[in-house]
Design a protein around this ligand. Sequence first.
Ligand SMILES: [Zn+2]
Length: 384
Amino acid sequence: MRDLTPEALLAAVNAWVAIESPTQDAEGVNRVSEHAESLLRAIGASIERIPGENSIGDILIGRVPGAANGPGILLLGHMDTVHPVGTLAEPLPMRVEGDRAYGPGIYDMKGGNAIAFSALAHLHATGKRPHLPVTVMMIPDEEIGSPFSRPYIEAEAEAKKHAIVLVVEPSGDFGRITIARHGIARYHLKTTGIPAHAGAYHSKGRSAIREMARQILTIEDMTDYARNVTLNVGIVHGGTHENMVPLHAEAIIYCLVPLPEHEAEVRAKLLALKSHDPDVKLEVTPGLYRPSFVKSPAIQRLYDHAAKLAEEIGYPVKGERVAGGGSDGNFTGALGVPTLDGLGVLGDGPHTHQEYLLVSCLVPRTKLLVRLFETLDASFGAKS
Ligand SMILES: [Zn+2]
């Protein structure tokens, strides 16, 4: 892409958004990875594909040579969205209204992937190279916590393989860059009651759903907004027939735990839950945990540099942000690799039917990535 225009960039974004790719649809995610692969091949990247497992799509890796050798930049993006197939037809068709371009996953985070790829394509088309080598890593399962990809991401980040990590997740608050992220912990809760016919033998049954309902209130009451510790029971299943006292109920709890000590506290409280009805069994199992990452001096240097470049481009960033939600940047940040996140597009409504990006951000945010690729050198990789 020689000329960075809003039209060309929006077309590049829409090519990603037009392929629906909820995490659970490995075929859809792999169609996105094929699109990404063709873009990477066009700029001379070498390609690796790690086949997915358990209905998860593949991880796609493209290695782009730099002008200098040595540990380079790991660029992280995810190809999956939370939107089921069909969302594109209704209720979230791709369309432009004023400065807003709508579509499933356009903000989180196909827009970010598209501008990062366009930045690399622009360097290629103008006969330039990133200063450091760039490894583009496209993740298939971020929206469910990257259970498959985590070890591969950590392997790329670890052992000085890469000096710097850039994550093109959406920018928050219309222009902030993410310099830290809270931890995210998931827990699974299961209640097992005693089944009975709900007509003739109701008194002999012990309801798994009734117990679950009481537990949900207890769990959500553990939320402490003052410390940014939140517990959300986001999924509940239970029962099989309306005329049966239910045997099983299950819930998944999503916890925002800013620091490791918050995670320890929440874990202790959840594991100590007791069932109100002694005849109902209660099990709490810890699920995926994304550790928090905090701003280090190296992240501060990366941020200051990006802010200066954005100023030169004439599209200043709106400051730093500690993000609530997790990203794959949590893994690399927690390993101590300098990680700058939220370098993607501006917009709003992630995970909703009002998801959009701002068309006016596309050119300046692509230029910011071009300038980062051109200027980041080994001195930014120092861990302290
Ligand atoms: Zn995302």
